[in-house]
Structures are given as C-alpha cells and as structure tokens.
Ligand binder design. Structure first.
Ligand code: SF4
Ligand code: SF4
Length: 437
C-alpha cells in the first residue's frame, strides 16, 4: 500500500513517547533485526531522533523539516534525514535503517504508523533510495565512480563520454553513491572522470570515502593540476592513497599532440613528482596509439630513470575505438603491431625492475601477450564474464581455452580489420601458464 505523506499537528511529548514505545514493540516483533543491530530509542527534540546500536558503534538519525543548506543523507517530501555524531562503520547501520524502513512500511500497511508520518516517509524514501537508485556498476571489491566528464586535456583517444558508467554530478550524489558501493561490499575505490581534479568537491569526497571505511582510494588523472598549489598534499591528507596517472610518452613533442595541450607534458611530470613527494603511490598509464606505439619499450626504462624516487608500476593500455577514439580510427594501431611492442615492454619491465601490467578491457586480449598472462588483468576474469555490448569474441575464439573468461575485443575493430590477429589458446597453453580453464 503506498504511504501518503500527511503532516499532522504536533503531538504532546507523552503521547509521542507512548506511540514510539508501540512502534518499537511492533517493529521488534516484525522480524529479527540485522545481526548486532538494535533500535534503542526514539525521541522528539528538534525533529525526530532515532538512536541505534550496530556492530560498528552507535548511530543517531535525525529527521527534520527541510531547510536551506542543511547537510543530509536523503530527503523525502518536506523532511530531511541526517546522520549525527560518529559514523565509524556506517554499513551495518545502513542495513539497520533499511530494516527499520521495511518495518515501518509493514506497520503503515496495517494502518498503525500514522502517528509518525515523517519517520515513515523518510525511512521509506531511504529504503527506496538504497534499493532502486540509478544502477551503479560494481565489480567485486573495487568500485569506480565518475565525478564528471569535463577535462583539461583533449586526448584524441579519449574513451569517456556520456555513456560511461557510474557518473555522478554533485558531491552529495557522489557521497550517496559511495554509501551504496560500500553497502554492496566495495572496499577499494577509484575516482575518475573526465578529470576528477577539476571537481570542486574532490577533497571532501575523498575524506568521506575514507570516513565510511574504504581502505584504498585511487584517482585516475592526467595529474596536470596535482603539481600546482597544495592539491596533492591536501588530497593525501584527506585519505588519497594512489594515483593512476596518464603519461603517454617521453617527449613533449608527442605527448602534447596526443593530449591536445601545449605544455601538458611538463605539467603532468610535475604533478607526478609532487605526488611522489607527498608519498602518494603512482602508477603510470600509457595508452598506445599509432603515434606513440614505437616509443613504448624505451618508455619503461625512461620512467625508471625519470622518477628515481620510485613508481609503483606501468599499465599498458590500447587506444579504444569508442567515444573520441571512434572518430580517430586511423590512429588505432593494429593488434599485430602492438603485440610485438607490448611483449618488448613487458620484457623491459622485468629487466629493469618496474612492474608492468596489461590493462583488462582497456588493454589487449590475453592471446596478444602469451607468455606474460600473469601480468594481464584479463586473466582475473571469472568464468562466464559479461561481455560489454561494444565488444565481442571472434569466431576463432570458439576454440580458445580461455574463451569463457575473455571479454573479447572491440566490435568496431574486429568488424573493420577481421579476426585473424586473435590467437586462440590451447588447453596446454593454459596449463603451462598456470590458468585453469
Ligand atoms: S583520456 Fe583522460 S585525460 Fe585525456 S581527455 Fe579523456 S579524460 Fe581527459
Ligand atoms: S577468446 Fe579470443 S580474444 Fe580472447 S584470448 Fe582467446 S583468442 Fe584471444
């Protein structure tokens, strides 16, 4: 039965307390609360207060009439729902609130909850928000949140457009999404864009993620702004652990063409250095296009010399023929050219002691890095992995021992250039690489 919001005249304190007692008894009898969760107290003082115990501590929820600029968790009708005090581990509290909302709904459907309409409405809205808010994609323990689409570079291979998943706008939307990620089990967070350092609320979002319990927070960035002012230090203080910095070559001449920003190469180098100084771990992402592909093997040893203080690793990506990359197809290298160069770069990483990895969907299929499978993110796909709609397997993938865990390659590429470059694995290939089929 839908709950109709109706603001009732204020009740006296004693009436309200008696009603709350009934409410608590009714909810307690409705179904067991989540493990360790207890609704301890309901009070009327500047709105309605709920005091709840959960395994991470105590949480106090306040439901108050809407007002300008009041920070809140969610709104429903004329009321706001806020969380006050310490939020050491908010996830168990969230399950508790969802349970409470379900209980209130059940009471309302039996006509027993009209005495606290604000509570019913706010808790119900909160429950609906947890359950039905716009879908967020999450893969295992790592969640990726896109803070904006705008960027201060104009890479001709940019694969980010309005179709990109998990896009939020305001800092508040970002915080709500983070709570949902955490609730779904994610403990590692990647903040991305566009360019996330352009988001005015970035520091607050990092701090919020840390406060609710994310154990690892990383930023995908071109790093240009991180070498300016105190941004890198501020982000580190807020809880940033790592950056995944785009750097696609060893010379301004090439990199500034790739990124469309004159002087961008030097600014990115400064940003990376500042992050290293601030003890933020730096992983470099090299996106291979026709323009910079040949530079890749020497890029690895250059990184080692250029950043003697240490780089966490280098990730090899391949220009995707999607978004801006779709309009610049002539810059997409052929897999057969990239294969040789990627293998040389992987070998160079081993030689000079820099961990080099091939990206998953943003890299090349596993069959293009035979012998180095353990350094390819694709190897970690589960059996029956979902293949995104802009990718497909080739006909020859039917005979590949890795076919049930591979996300294939870009549909546009395979349609344009054919499938002959795919090199299926035999069962023996997999067992010698230590992969179970
Ligand atoms: S690839 Fe990254 S740095 Fe380049 S334009 Fe796109 S979002 Fe900006
Ligand atoms: S399934 Fe196809 S694309 Fe994937 S590794 Fe095998 S041959 Fe390569």
């Amino acid at each position: 039965m839908p709950i109709v919001y109706r603001r009732e005249p204020a009740k006296s304190g004693s009436e309200l307390r008696a009603a709350c007692d009934r409410l608590l008894r009714d909810i307690d009898g409705w179904r067991p609360a989540p493990a360790g969760f207890r609704l301890k107290e309901v009070q009327m003082a500047s709105g309605l207060w709920l005091r709840m115990e959960h395994p991470g501590g105590e949480i106090r929820i306040q439901i108050i009439p809407k007002g300008p600029d009041i920070p809140h968790l969610c709104e429903a009708g004329d009321v706001l729902l806020r969380v006050a005090g310490e939020e050491p581990k908010i996830s168990p509290a969230l399950s508790g609130i969802a349970w409470l909302a379900a209980g209130l709904r059940s009471l309302a459907s039996r006509g027993q909850a009209g005495y606290i309409p604000e509570l019913v409405l706010a808790a119900t809205a909160y429950h609906d928000w947890i359950g039905k808010a716009s879908p967020l994609r999450i893969h295992g323990p790592q969640a990726e949140l896109r803070l904006l689409l705008s960027c201060n570079q104009k890479c001709f291979f940019c694969n980010c457009d309005e179709n990109a998943p998990n896009l939020v706008g305001s800092a508040r939307e970002a915080e709500q999404a983070l709570l949902r990620f955490y609730e779904a089990g994610a403990r590692r967070l990647v903040l991305t864009g566009g360019e996330p350092t352009l988001h005015a609320g970035l520091k607050g979002i990092v701090a919020f993620a840390r406060r609710i319990g994310f154990s690892f927070i990383s930023l995908q960035t071109n790093a240009m702004l991180l070498g300016e002012g105190s941004l890198a230090g501020d982000l580190h203080a807020a809880g940033l652990d790592s950056i995944f910095a785009s750097l696609h070559g060893t010379h301004a001449k090439v990199v500034d063409i790739l990124t469309g920003v004159h002087g961008g190469f030097e600014r990115t180098l400064r940003g990376i250095e500042e992050c290293i100084n601030q003890e933020i771990a730096v992983t470099i992402n090299f996106v291979a296009s026709k323009l910079n592909l040949r530079e890749l093997p020497k890029f690895i040893s250059w990184v080692k010399i250029r950043f003697p203080q240490g780089i966490h690793g280098v990730v090899l990506s391949f220009m995707a023929p999607v978004a801006a990359g779709k309009a610049n197809l002539k810059q997409v290298p052929r897999l057969s050219e990239a294969r040789t160069v990627f293998l040389m770069a992987l070998e160079e990483g081993r030689r000079c002691g820099i961990p080099v990895r091939v990206a998953g969907i943003c890299g090349v299929p596993l069959c293009q890095a035979k012998g180095y499978e353990a350094q390819c993110d694709e190897v970690n796909n589960p059996v029956g992995v979902e293949i995104p709609s802009d990718r497909r397997l080739g006909h020859r993938c039917l005979s590949c021992a890795y076919g049930n865990r591979c996300t294939g390659f870009w549909r546009i590429y395979l349609d344009a250039f054919g499938e002959d470059e795919l090199l299926p694995f035999s069962e023996e290939d997999l067992s010698s690489a230590g992969i179970s089929s």
